[in-house]
Design a protein around this ligand. Structure first.
Ligand SMILES: [Zn+2]
Length: 96
């Protein structure tokens, strides 16, 4: 199994949360679908182009286990900061 290829299914894809207060599930959108999302407008499950996840009654899509990300070289950082905090990141070659 090629983990690099397998993990690419999550690259450039966007998780959006349904704003229905009794739902609040997260849906995974393709880059094309994410580009059509109006960020100032609420988003609901029925707006999902993916017919298998376009209803609040459908359970949330499985998020890959953290171990799979680690195997693929991703690093997950859990924030202790309050929601809305601005976080600056220093990468190996950026900023120069
Ligand atoms: Zn929903």
């Amino acid at each position: 199994m090629d983990l690099a290829v397998e993990s690419s299914e999550f690259v450039n894809r966007v998780w959006v949360q349904c704003e229905n207060e009794s739902c609040l599930k997260w849906r995974l959108l393709s880059p094309e679908a994410a580009a059509r999302v109006e960020r100032s407008e609420p988003w609901y499950c029925f707006m999902n182009a993916d017919a298998s996840y376009n209803s609040c009654s459908v359970s949330e899509e499985d998020f890959p286990a953290e171990s799979r990300f680690l195997e693929s070289g991703y690093k997950i950082v859990y924030s202790q900061l309050p929601l809305g905090s601005l976080v600056l990141v220093k990468l190996q070659n950026w900023p120069r």
